[in-house]
Design a binder for this molecule. Structure first.
Ligand code: 3HC
Length: 714
């Protein structure tokens, strides 16, 4: 074997089969063989040199490491693009006069899948996945992906794949000509081939790909099969219906709608004109604020998982969960789904039985909704046991409590656990607001206590706040972050304060919404303004759903902020009128028999009376004013969190809001919004809000902008 290519990440070797007529282009660019400039130029150079090599009849493109090309190189985003550009690379591959075969394994994504589509054949391991996830970055495929996929799969399946961004297992394409050979993973040999023996998966894929190449040579099938030459079969497709469905599902996102437009407009064009239009639209999206926000969100999530401490996490297998209510059972479901062994503890046999049923119901729902097979659900449930005896927790590696929010109850509980559990057990509390330092002070092993704050429903919501108390050891923090990763959560490390990062900001957001209600903004107007702006739900509809009394009682445990006379008075007014939300069929809205929400004139008059009694003048709001006040309240509180060191980095705040509170991903998060608005606008608007809404000089609600912290945003 000889390497004829000096490029450090793209090597060329020759198979010993077929007298060296099979050339193998091998990409080695860890971690995911992304399409960096070096990879792109290496590919073009290799194709050109092999095309001119008379000995070579067939070319294979394969990757080393854990995956075929997983897309454009994220590290190059935001930098000026360098030649060769990806469309030129894929066109060069497709134009090659010798057959080119892609050997797929792992995840062939975005530009990586576009490279595969430009090859003339595709051989894939049965576990391989392919996808065009560009929409998740606010983009569409920009190197022929829309054009070649539509030619080989037809418009319907292509649109589904491009607008969802889903990674799809290659077996789903068994009835199309997208994949030419699927190599069963786990088999020890392949029909018609030499026995493979005990080789790793990639060797097996290489074997099968080389065998396929040999077959092309032996049967003299050496004319390249170019997808770009195929016509689009779109006549029978109902484009109008698809447009309506895609636009509705996009909910404000541009990229899926643009993807539809590109497919519809180019269906009758040749590949070259189609690719030119695709590229134009790709470049338009690449310059859009939505794409910038989505790329920010992607990077912010990757950063959030990183912590500065290098302690080795403890191994966690057995997990104890105390409390089988909605939260505890959701958390247990999450652990079981990640193959942990779970011991559920409740106070009585009846409560335990109810908790176990809740967990089993969560799994039944997963099966019903097609999220997992019955077999997978059964094997998760087999790891579940329950007890009313705390001694059952003695050997647990991690014990997490999800009991009633009362600090004395929690202190007692952890005292008991330190007596029962083995010396290395990590203790975690799921408290949403309570002072974890105060709990830690009351136990003999404070360094082993950490906050693990899940969001409801815990088996669905991705966010996990890992709360570091003053004495929590580095190893315990590393363990909690590692467990979060195993649970497939987006974990963010935060410090202790009332509500930690997420709920503290949520309280500030809620306060502003409530204040605007007293100042004359209407319930529906607030909810509509915020959802039209992109929030997943209106803030008042959320309160009705979660129960107005829940937040009210958490706030009641805190001293009333005298400087803020309207502080959550609207919610208190609802609680006094026994309008607790959906559960009482009355909250900020009225609810009919089937749970449909309706405007409530009673609420309107209750709020007007309350405003009058507090001497708050009612005015008319525009939707823009509502959004501005709510957003700037978040930005202002985010700056305070940064100043106090509650979060590690500014982008962590965005991650929390994207995954815990329904902030529109295509807007990147509240702090990214501030960045996009720009230093001058943010400073001016925060100052104006401070001045126009300040009734006392100290103005604790809209504090002065701290310039040092403010700089970290930009
Ligand atoms: N470029 C550079 N690095 C990448 C990368 C990419 N496209 N994708 C992932 N990585 C890096 C990650 O940052 C991480 O680095 P780290 O170890 O230093 O933190 C490492 O690869 C492993 O990533 P994960 O922890 O996410 O590993 P997983 O095994 O869980 O997932 C994956 C691997 C499925 C490839 C996942 O990382 C992923 O989905 N990546 C994004 C892929 C993507 O969106 N590609 C399309 C880009 S758009 C495009 O190609 C079109 C173009 O025309 C613009």
């Amino acid at each position: 074997m000889t390497n004829e290519n000096p490029n450090p990440v793209v090597n060329v070797n020759f198979s010993t089969r077929s007298n060296g007529a099979i050339a193998i282009i091998s990409i080695n660019y860890p971690p995911v063989n992304a399409l960096s400039g070096q990879v792109r130029s290496g590919l073009v150079n290799a194709i050109e040199s092999l095309e001119n090599n008379d000995k070579v009849k067939v070319i294979i493109i394969r990757c080393q490491g854990k995956t075929f090309i997983a897309g454009a190189d994220i590290k190059e985003f935001g930098k000026p693009a360098t030649e060769p550009f990806l469309p030129d690379v894929v066109n060069r591959i497709e134009a090659c006069t010798k057959p080119v075969i892609a050997a797929l394994f792992g995840t062939s994504l975005g530009g990586g899948f576009e490279v595969a589509l430009s090859c003339h054949y595709r051989v894939a391991l049965s576990t391989a996945k392919v996808g065009l996830p560009e929409v998740n970055l606010g983009l569409i495929p920009g190197a022929g992906g829309t054009q070649r996929l539509m030619r080989i799969l037809g418009p319907e399946k292509s649109l589904e794949m491009i607008t969802s961004g889903r990674h799809i297992n290659v077996k789903s394409f068994a009835d199309s000509s997208l994949i030419d050979v699927i190599v069963e993973d786990g088999q020890s040999g392949l029909t018609g081939l030499d026995k493979v023996g005990t080789v790793d998966k990639i060797d097996k894929l290489d074997e099968a790909t080389i065998a396929f190449a040999s077959q092309l040579i032996e049967t003299n099938h050496l004319t390249p099969k170019r997808i770009g030459d195929l016509p689009v079969d779109g006549a029978a497709f109902n484009w109008q219906q698809a447009k309506v469905a895609i636009t509705k599902k996009a909910r404000g996102k541009l990229a899926p709608v643009v993807a539809f437009d590109v497919l519809e407009k180019t269906q009758a064009m040749n590949i070259s004109n189609g690719m030119a239009y695709e590229r134009e639209q790709f470049l338009m999206l690449r310059a859009s604020p939505q794409s910038a926000a989505l790329i920010h969100a992607f990077g912010a999530e990757k950063k959030a998982a990183k912590i500065s401490n290098t302690a080795t996490p403890l191994k966690v297998t057995n997990v104890g969960i105390i409390g089988g209510g909605n939260m505890g059972s959701g958390i247990a479901t999450s652990f079981l789904s990640a193959n942990f062994k779970v011991q559920l503890i409740e106070q009585t046999n009846e409560a335990l039985e109810a908790g176990l049923i809740r967990i089993k119901n969560n799994f039944s729902n997963n099966v019903k909704r097609g999220r997992m097979s019955q077999q997978a659900a059964d094997s998760c449930i087999a790891n579940l046991s329950g007890s009313i005896d705390y001694q059952a927790l003695a050997d647990c590696d991690l014990v997490l409590e999800a009991v009633f929010e009362n600090i004395d109850v929690k202190k007692e509980l952890f005292k008991k656990l330190t007596e029962i559990c083995k010396p290395t057990t990590v203790f975690a509390t799921n408290t949403s607001y309570l002072d974890i330092n105060a709990i830690a002070q009351s136990i003999s092993r404070p360094e082993q206590l950490v906050g693990m704050h899940f969001f409801s429903p815990a088996n669905i919501m991705k966010l996990l706040e890992v709360v570091q108390a003053d004495k929590t050891s580095e190893q315990v923090i590393a363990t909690a972050m590692q467990v979060g990763k195993q649970l497939k959560k987006v974990s963010v490390l935060v410090g202790v304060c009332f509500g930690f990062a997420g709920n503290r900001m949520y309280t500030r957001y809620g306060r502003e919404i409530q204040q605007m209600l007293l100042e004359g903004a209407k319930v529906e107007q607030i909810d509509n303004a915020m959802t039209n702006w992109g929030m997943a739900m209106g803030p008042l509809a959320v309160q009705d759903l979660s129960g107005i009394d829940i937040g009210h009682s958490a706030r009641s445990a805190q001293p009333f902020p005298e400087h803020d006379k309207g502080y959550f008075r609207a919610a208190a007014t609802m609680v006094e009128a026994n309008r607790l939300g959906r559960k009482t069929k009355a909250g900020f809205y009225d609810y009919d028999e089937i749970g449909k929400k309706q405007f409530s004139s009673i609420v309107q008059s209750l709020l007007e009376q309350k405003a009058k009694s507090l001497n708050i003048k009612q005015v008319t709001f525009s939707d823009e004013q509502i959004v501005q006040r709510a957003l700037f309240a978040l930005i202002s509180e985010g700056l305070a969190l940064l100043k106090e060191g509650i979060v590690q980095r500014v982008s962590d705040i965005d991650v929390i809001w994207l995954h815990g509170y329904g902030f529109p991903r295509y807007k990147g998060g509240p702090m990214f919004q501030a960045k996009q608005l720009g230093r001058d606008v943010v400073k001016q608007q925060l100052t104006e809000l401070r001045e126009s809404l300040a009734k006392d000089k100290a103005n604790k609600i809209w504090p002065e902008v701290d310039m040092e912290v403010f700089q970290t945003l930009f």
